[in-house]
Design a protein around this ligand. Structure first.
Ligand code: ZN
Length: 427
């Protein structure tokens, strides 16, 4: 597929998922996962309300059909059918008539962004509320209003899904994204679209690592996954949390808690050698589900890839985070970066130099002649010398690429040539 077509396809998925009213539980998540399942086969898990997961409990399931505030003439002045952001997520059911003053305590606006609807939730405290633009609020007249939220908060399930690409080894790479935001495109849907596209790129291949894609509601979803997969944690060698990967900002990589793991090294190297503008930021216990994967008891090698960072753009958690904010070329750029990171993880090896006393003679082994076929002869020769010098078993090819400043692909090509000349052995 041409890359501009792929970009359009990713964007079409964002647009298709956008209207669904997702939350941390409920049918919006199920419908979202059903659409992703059309593209990559998913295993969906339903975890009952009340299940103890680490220090948390799976909450009751929330579903909503309709909600509105109507004026005395019956006109809907705030309407869930126009935007699902109008209702505070997890609102309890309401059907009442009240004055504007009584209603005010349940209304949320953004006075500093008067044309945008905020995104609010109340998962763990029973409450109800509406979100609206400051302009709409300013136009409301004193008087009586009918307030209806046709929702259910009842025992049910928390839903999450996995897609696994089996590898040659059981060791795993985790790619995780959240699926719990209603109509918010960059924060939620772009991550789903890019993760799905990466899974499709891996489909039909047998990579070295096993790739596990996790589509789960934020916080409670990753906590539930961690609680139910404690025996698998040891296999999880590298991971990335994807979020906000479709806006036109530069890529941002937030390091794992440890900061010096292979995934940190791989993403840093790919970004540094790509020529892309980018930012590398240290770990902080705030943001997306890296907070859970990097909690001290697990301390996994999981970083976070975003474009604009968490809460780092004006439309964040507002009705301004529409599919228009998400750019096909930005999602493609994220996807290509991830593909390069996967390439590094897949290609990284540790070798020992079998002729470590003095430099081995490259000429008599035909390695100088082989260089003739390379586009950058000087770089190729340099790469061979670096690989020979640092292949003492303790340095991987990625270590060598980082230390030499050479692209990982050049280091791999050099190691392949040296392997062919029996100068290296994999350990
Ligand atoms: Zn968010």
């Amino acid at each position: 597929m041409r890359s501009d077509e792929l970009g359009q396809e990713l964007h079409a998925l964002v647009e298709r998922l956008y209207p669904l009213c997702r939350s941390i539980t409920g049918d919006g998540v199920r419908s979202t996962l059903a659409i992703v399942d059309e593209l990559i086969p998913l295993t969906t898990h339903e975890v009952p309300t009340g299940t103890e997961v680490l220090d948390w409990t799976v909450p009751r399931e929330w579903n909503i059909r309709d909600a509105y505030i109507a004026d005395a003439r019956g006109r809907r002045v705030v309407d869930f059918q126009a935007s699902n952001l109008h209702v505070v997520g997890y609102s309890t059911p309401v059907d009442a008539t009240m004055s504007l003053d009584e209603l005010r305590g349940h209304l949320h606006t953004l006075p500093g962004q008067p044309d945008l609807i905020p995104y609010r939730t109340s998962y763990y405290r029973e409450d109800w509320g509406f979100c609206l633009t400051q302009r709409t609020l300013d136009e409301l007249q004193e008087g009586q209003y009918r307030v209806v939220i046709d929702s259910t908060l009842a025992d049910g399930h928390l839903t999450y899904a996995e897609h696994v690409v089996p590898g040659q080894v059981a060791d795993e790479v985790l790619i995780s994204c959240h699926v719990c935001h209603p109509s918010l495109a960059n924060d939620n849907l772009a991550g789903i679209a890019v993760a799905t596209a990466l899974a499709r790129r891996l489909a039909g291949t047998t990579p070295r690592y096993t790739y596990r894609f996790l589509f789960a509601p934020g916080t409670i979803g990753s906590i539930t996954w961690l609680a139910r997969n404690q025996e698998r944690i040891g296999l999880l060698k590298h991971g990335l949390v994807l979020a906000c990967v479709g806006d036109s900002g530069a890529l941002t990589y937030k390091s794992s808690r440890r900061g010096d793991t292979r995934i940190d090294q791989a993403v840093r190297h790919v970004l540094a050698t790509s020529g892309r503008p980018h930012r590398i930021v240290d770990f902080s216990p705030y943001g997306y589900d890296e907070r859970q994967f990097c909690s001290p008891g697990f301390d996994l090698a999981v970083g976070s890839l975003t474009r604009s960072p968490y809460a780092g753009y004006p439309e964040y958690h507002t009705s301004g985070d529409t599919p228009d904010l998400v750019k096909p070329e930005a999602m493609l750029d994220t996807l290509d970066t991830l593909t390069d990171v996967v390439g590094v993880l897949e290609g990284d090896r540790n070798y020992v130099n079998l002729s470590p006393f003095g430099e081995p003679q490259l000429g008599k082994r035909g390695l100088y002649d082989a260089l003739g076929g390379w586009t950058d002869t000087k770089q190729a020769q340099l790469a061979m010398l670096w690989v020979l010098n640092l292949s003492d078993g303790g340095h991987s090819l990625l270590d060598i690429a980082e230390r030499s400043g050479l692209p990982f692909t050049a280091v791999v090509a050099a190691s392949d040539a040296l392997l062919g000349a029996d100068l290296l052995k994999e350990i």
